[in-house]
Design a protein around this ligand. Structure first.
Ligand code: GLY
Length: 407
């Protein structure tokens, strides 16, 4: 399609969405979310079409990761982001019941299956629970339980009782590295516990969450990215960053993983200290003086050059999904605040410059995320996990994904 037609389409869509959301704000003041529902339902319809475009350019045996310089970049099944593409397809199917999306999601699961025995990574929660776990949820099927339980066993093999954590990154034997992102992998263990009643999964998840609660957070409730433990006695050797701006900075996605992770652990255990931690993190994020007006964070809350720093749309998407869940567990006053802030994020993500149109980014839904800035990789690009948590948040907002306390 000629570029000028694309530009015209984009300008029109931006205008229509802005008008719909403008009338939505008026409507909301009058007490309803009717227009936001309409817009986000429309976004879901368009998202299914966009993922069908992504499907068409996906090379066999590879999974979408990002889109740069007009080119789709992919991952193999052993990459940490491998589960997000099928997971998003299952979420889109949940909304649309479009069998083309389901068929593609199921065929991709065949690629991922072998990772159930991968003991070389802590990312199995992302890889296997976001994919097979979503298939189980959306299809209400126990057909994936063996794979999910094997994956949980592989993840558990990385637990060190002297440290009280699951090892994140492999390193030499004098270091035991744990990153805040690892909180997200615990959901897989909690699923395996529910299906098997094997309390070792539960104990590992809770011990990891407790150790991280003790060591990963600062006085202001922001989190470090990496904790380096002594593998023999669990003594903290160093607190530092890998993907953030500085050791003492608050890397935006790390704060998002912590918020989502502790909210999920409250859902799975009913332990109030996890709820309290999630509330602390939410308030750190939402009250931060460097959070922009549109609530799409800079890639690091202490990024050099703010306000000329890159935003991280992936962090915003994770935060909006987590806030929608957290809003279910808190007082009425906080419920309103967290829900409204989540909706503000979703509204802003759903229009330019963040939302893409058609195949302008190969079919990815959102742009302007940051993967690893210090490494100079995936800067200001679409990312598969930004799409995943965006679609999850919309489903949560629309009441199409059940969120229920599990203990
Ligand atoms: N888990 C890696 C990241 O958030 O980039």
């Amino acid at each position: 399609m000629p570029v000028f037609i694309k530009r015209f389409q984009k300008a029109c869509l931006g205008f229509i969405i802005a008008c719909l959301f403008a009338s939505c704000s008026v409507q909301k003041k009058a007490g309803g979310d009717h227009r936001a529902d309409t817009v986000l339902q429309q976004v879901m319809i368009e998202s299914s079409s966009q993922y069908k475009l992504l499907m068409k350019i996906r090379p066999e045996n590879k999974l979408p990761r990002t889109f740069e310089k007009n080119k789709l970049l992919t991952t193999g099944s052993d990459g940490w982001v491998s589960g997000f593409y099928p997971g998003t397809l299952f979420y889109l199917y949940q909304f649309s019941h479009d069998s083309i999306l389901l068929k593609e999601g199921l065929s991709v699961l065949n690629l991922l299956k072998k990772e159930q025995f991968n003991k070389g990574t802590h990312d199995l929660g992302f890889m296997m629970y976001c994919s097979f776990g979503n298939a189980a949820k959306v299809l209400q099927s126990s057909a994936y339980d063996t794979i999910l339980i094997n994956s949980a066993k592989s993840l558990s093999s990385r637990f060190n009782p002297a440290v009280g954590c699951i090892r994140s990154w492999n390193s030499d034997s004098s270091h035991f590295l744990v990153i805040i992102d690892n909180m997200m992998n615990l959901e897989l263990l909690m699923y395996a516990f529910r299906q098997t009643n094997d309390s070792s999964f539960y104990k590992i998840a809770v011990t990891h969450a407790n150790t991280s609660l003790k060591n990963h957070f600062r006085g202001d409730h922001s989190s470090y990215h990496v904790i380096d433990y002594n593998p023999n006695n669990g003594v903290v050797q160093k607190k530092h960053t890998h993907q953030g701006a500085a050791d003492e900075s608050a890397w935006a996605r790390g704060q998002a993983w912590g918020l989502y992770g502790y909210t999920m652990m409250y859902r799975e255990t009913g332990d109030n200290k996890y709820l309290q931690q999630a509330i602390y993190i939410a308030n750190f994020i939402l009250n931060h003086p460097n959070l922009p007006k549109d609530k799409i964070p800079y890639w690091d809350f202490n990024a050099p050059g703010i306000p000329a720093a890159y935003r991280d749309v992936s962090a915003a998407a994770i935060i909006s999904s987590a806030l929608l869940e957290l809003s279910e567990y808190v007082s009425l006053r906080d419920k309103k605040k967290y829900r409204n802030d989540a909706i503000t994020i979703l509204q802003n993500l759903s229009r330019p410059p963040y939302k893409t149109i058609g195949d302008e980014a190969g079919g990815f839904l959102l742009q302007h995320s940051v993967g690893h800035l210090p490494n100079k990789s995936e800067i200001d690009v679409p990312l598969s996990y930004a799409d995943y948590y965006y679609v999850e948040a919309i489903l949560r907002y629309l009441g199409k994904l059940e969120i229920k306390m599990n203990p």
